[in-house]
Design a protein around this ligand. Sequence first.
Ligand code: FES
Length: 105
Amino acid sequence: PAITYVLPDGTEKTIDVPIGMSIMDGSVRNNLPGIVAECGGGCSCATCHVHVDAQTRALFDEPAGEETDLLEFLDGADGDSRLSCQLIVTGECEGIRINVVDSSA
Ligand code: FES
């Protein structure tokens, strides 16, 4: 499915990310800026922070406790926040938009 990453500088990149891969993987494998993914997808670093609107959030599994705990103390996190390593792409993800937070600072 085609996923549009809205990068921290406002530019957009649309990438075909295979089903079963995470939103984080799709970004890292294409060298997009913003998502650092220090822990490699282990849900322990929070440097894969993204904002996702409610309609799009509904396409993914609810955050597990570990993710909610990390987001609670993360700068810039709000109700739209998710950790993109926990967002696994499905066939329903065609055309979605992911707002990438710059985690490289
Ligand atoms: Fe570390 Fe997502 S890559 S929490």
